[in-house]
Design a protein around this ligand. Structure first.
Ligand SMILES: Cc1ncc(COP(=O)(O)O)c(C=O)c1O
Length: 391
């Protein structure tokens, strides 16, 4: 039987990147002494008040179809939250409830890009972007980051990537795998390219609540950007709610209408009890998210500080989130060989960061999604393995 040509764009190279993570999870399930640092799934339970709200809603019979665009109270709460962050006067018609940020990225791309279009993505880019763009028939075009080891966006490379086919820019701010939080000046540079070439910007802000220090700027808040920006967010990271599959896209009303139509034929709305839990989560944002952020910041030190003792490793400390990149080029191995060697020798699973783009070749990505004790243990195992390579 024949498949649509589209299926060729859904796999992509990044699918192989998960092999080591799957191997780690399987070893864990067999009871082996492994530490899985290969995925961004918080190890905490979702806060009790949120879970209780969902349970109560279920018991109260909130188990029927809901409004496709999402419950008004939730859309209003998200609009108010984003208005506070951006200074924009947003309301519920700017918001669509989606099944996690990933669904928001997919929905936005489906409504904005056609076959043959190009979408620029600053590298290194989150793993799903290539297929998210590819599923529309458009092509992802990588824009190089600065080659000074900082992975900061290279605005000249970004503009040089623009062609007559370019329709948009998709980026994560804060970034994954880098944890970089873009400065206002960097965002102004990206915005200038978008305005000059009349491009859409899809900005993935799933880590926005987990910025360690300083201000976070939404690109949508910059002049000329509200009408061309889709901001995607979710509760996955800020509230340890990855499995609830709830997030949002915030965009000009006309785009929300199209995405609502897409949602009607794609998912037909999100469960009511999950939306009620999300209303509770947004109400609790100001005390839940800072707790999570402070834990990740502390954990970053627990894992990364001991690695300074290795003369063949270099940590790129993140500005946010739950990951760090480690430059392993000093070991003489490729990141893929380092990751598998570390897993086999010491039972620690990490990702070869080149899956996020060629710029990250020679780096591994570690996640702070296990306890302090496990992170301290993982740091010693990584150190031991790195030292065995320099011996
Ligand atoms: C940059 C980035 N965007 C989106 C997602 C997916 O988020 P969600 O669970 O809200 O779909 C992730 C998850 O790791 C991510 O790192």
């Amino acid at each position: 039987m024949r498949f649509a040509a589209r299926v060729d764009h859904l796999g992509g190279g990044s699918v192989r990147a998960w092999d080591i993570h799957n191997a780690g999870k399987e070893a864990l399930a067999r009871g082996e002494n492994v530490i899985v640092l290969s995925v961004g799934d918080p190890d905490f339970a979702t806060p009790q008040a949120i879970t209780d709200t969902a349970i109560k809603s279920l018991k109260d019979g909130d188990t029927h179809y809901t409004t496709v665009a999402g419950r008004l109270e939730l859309r209003k709460a998200i609009a108010a939250h984003q208005s506070r962050r951006t200074g924009l006067a947003l309301h519920e018609d700017h918001v669509l409830i989606v099944a996690g940020a990933q669904n928001g990225l997919f929905s936005a791309a489906q409504c904005l890009f056609d076959p043959g279009d190009e979408v620029i993505v600053p590298e290194p880019a989150y793993l799903t972007y290539e297929a998210t763009i590819g599923a529309t028939g458009a092509q992802m075009v990588r824009a190089a980051a600065k080659r000074d080891g900082s992975f900061r966006p290279d605005l000249e490379a970004l503009e040089a990537a623009v062609t007559p086919r370019t329709r948009g820019i998709m980026l994560a701010n804060p970034g994954n795998p880098t944890g970089i939080v873009m400065t206002r000046a960097e965002l102004e540079g990206i915005a200038a390219v978008a305005v000059k070439h009349d491009l859409w910007v899809i900005c993935d802000e799933v880590y926005a609540e987990l910025v360690f220090d300083g201000a976070f700027v939404s690109i949508a808040s910059l002049p000329g950007m509200a009408e061309r920006t889709v901001t995607v967010g979710s509760l996955s990271k800020s509230h340890a709610m990855t499995g609830w599959r709830i997030g949002w896209m915030i965009a000009p009303e006309a785009l929300i209408t199209h995405a609502d139509h897409l949602a009607l034929c794609a998912i037909y709305g999100l469960p009511g009890f999950i939306q009620n839990a999300a209303i509770q989560a947004i109400a609790d944002m100001d005390h839940v998210a800072p707790l999570m952020r402070d834990i990740y910041r502390a954990r970053c030190g627990v894992l990364c500080d001991p690695l300074k003792a290795a003369n063949n490793l270099k940590v790129l400390y993140p500005d946010s989130g739950m990951f760090a990149l480690i430059d392993i080029r000093g070991t003489g191995l490729s990141a893929n060989d380092f990751a598998w060697g570390l897993f086999r020798a010491e039972g620690v699973s990490v990702l070869d960061a080149s899956a996020f783009g060629p710029a990250a070749e020679g780096y591994i990505r570690v996640a702070f999604t296990v306890s302090d004790d496990a992170l301290a243990d993982a740091a010693q195992r990584i150190l031991r393995y790195a030292r065995s390579l320099s011996a």
